[in-house]
Design a binder for this molecule. Structure first.
Ligand code: GH3
Ligand code: MG
Ligand code: MG
Ligand code: MG
Length: 319
C-alpha cells in the first residue's frame, strides 16, 4: 500500500448528503482516486475495516453517530493496527469551537463546505506528504529496533558457537536463581572443560580447534535441551550449563549423558591421554531451595569440582 503517488488512493467519503458525496467523488475520480462512499459514520467504520482506505473525508453533522465519533473510532483502531490514516472533515459549520473540537477528536484538517476542488487536491497532496514521512519514520524506527535486538543478541552470545557468552551466562544464571527461589525448586550448575585441548590445537591447528569447539557446543545443546536449560561458552574451551529445576539425581544423569554422547560422537583427538576422542571433565553443583548462594559462589564451587575431576584423571564429572 503506497502513498507516494498522487493518484490511485483509496478514499473513503462520508456524508449523509448524497449530492455532496457525488460532487466530491466526481472530483476525486477525475484525479484518479478510487472512492468508497458511506452515508453514515457507523457504516463508514465498517467500510474502513473492509477496504483499509488511505484517507477519510468526512462530514461532521450526520444522523446517528457524527464525524467526530468516526474520527475517534479510527484513532482507536490506529493504535491496534499501527497505521495512520489521515482524516479530513468537510462541514458547513465554520464556528471556531466546533472546528477545534474536530481537530481534537483526531481530525487532521477541516474544510468548509462547499469544498473547492483545487483546495481538496492541495489537501490531498499535503496529507500524502505527511503520510509518506510517517511511513519513513516508522521504517527507520523498525530498523532501529531490529539493529538494537541484534546488538543485544551479539552482546550476550559467543560468535564462534552461537551459545551464550560469559555475559549472557551471568544474566541467565541470575534469572534462573531468582526463578528457582520463587518456585522453591533446585538448580544445578555444571562447568565442563575440554581435556587436553592445548594439545589438540598443537596437533591439528587453531582453526580445527575452533571447529571442534563449535561441535562441542552443538553436542552440549543436544544433551541440555529442555526449554529452560541454557548452555554457555564460559571461556576458551570451557562451557557452562544452567539447569533450572534439576535435582542432584537429574544432574548426575545429565553428566553421564554428556560423557556417553561424546563417546558416541567420537570427535577424534590425536593427542589425548585419556581417549582417542574428545572428552570433557566437569564439575557440578546442585542447590536445594533456600540455599541462599549467589551466582559467583555457585560458579566457584562448580569450578572447584571441575578441578577435582581433572585431578582424578579427566573424562569424568564430579559433584
Ligand atoms: P586440561 O585437560 O587440563 O583442560 O588441558 P587443556 O590443554 O585443555 O587446558 P589448557 O588450559 O592448558 O589449554 C586450553 C587451551 O584451549 C589453550 C588454548 O589455546 C585453547 N583455546 C582456548 N580458546 C580457544 C579458541 O577459541 N579456539 C581454539 N582453537 N583454541 C582455544
Ligand atoms: Mg451532514
Ligand atoms: Mg580450561
Ligand atoms: Mg581444557
Amino acid at each position: 500500500m503506497s502513498f507516494t503517488t498522487s493518484t490511485g488512493l483509496r478514499i473513503l467519503v462520508v456524508d449523509d448528503d448524497e449530492s455532496v458525496r457525488g460532487s466530491v467523488a466526481y472530483v476525486l475520480d477525475k484525479l484518479g482516486h478510487q472512492v468508497i462512499e458511506a452515508s453514515g459514520a457507523a457504516w463508514a467504520l465498517e467500510l474502513f475495516e473492509r477496504h483499509q482506505p488511505h484517507l477519510v473525508l468526512s462530514d461532521v453533522a450526520m444522523p446517528g453517530e457524527d464525524g467526530y465519533w468516526l474520527a475517534q473510532q479510527l484513532r482507536e483502531r490506529e493504535r491496534v493496527h499501527d497505521r495512520w490514516t489521515p482524516v479530513i472533515f468537510m462541514s458547513s459549520i465554520s464556528e471556531a469551537t466546533r472546528v477545534a473540537e474536530g481537530i481534537a477528536a483526531g481530525g487532521d484538517d477541516y474544510l468548509i463546505k462547499p469544498v473547492h476542488p483545487v483546495v481538496l487536491e492541495a489537501k490531498l497532496h499535503a496529507m500524502e506528504r505527511l503520510r509518506a514521512m510517517r511511513a519513513q519514520l516508522q521504517a527507520v524506527t523498525e530498523e532501529l529496533h531490529r539493529v538494537n535486538r541484534e546488538l543485544q543478541r551479539q552482546a550476550s552470545h559467543d560468535a564462534l558457537t552461537g551459545l551464550l557468552n560469559r555475559r549472557g551466562l551471568d544474566d541467565h544464571l541470575d534469572e534462573a536463581l531468582r526463578m528457582c527461589a520463587r518456585t522453591r525448586s533446585p538448580i544445578t550448575l555444571m562447568l565442563c572443560d575440554v581435556d587436553f585441548f592445548k594439545r589438540y590445537n598443537d596437533a591439528l591447528g587453531h582453526s580445527a580447534g575452533d571447529e571442534c569447539l563449535r561441535q562441542v557446543g552443538t553436542l552440549l545443546r543436544q544433551v541440555a535441551r529442555r526449554p529452560l536449560d541454557s548452555v554457555a561458552r564460559f571461556g576458551g574451551e570451557e562451557f557452562a550449563i544452567i539447569l533450572p529445576d534439576t535435582p542432584r539425581s537429574g544432574a548426575r544423569m545429565l553428566a553421564q549423558a554428556i560423557t556417553r554422547v561424546f563417546k558416541g560422537a567420537a570427535l577424534p583427538h590425536p593427542a589425548s591421554d585419556v581417549a582417542s576422542h574428545i572428552t570433557l571433565s566437569g564439575g557440578l553443583i546442585t542447590c536445594d531451595p533456600g540455599h541462599g548462594l549467589v551466582a559467583a559462589e555457585l560458579l566457584a564451587r562448580a569450578d572447584e569440582m571441575l578441578y577435582r575431576a581433572k585431578a582424578l584423571g579427566r573424562n569424568q564429572f564430579v559433584g
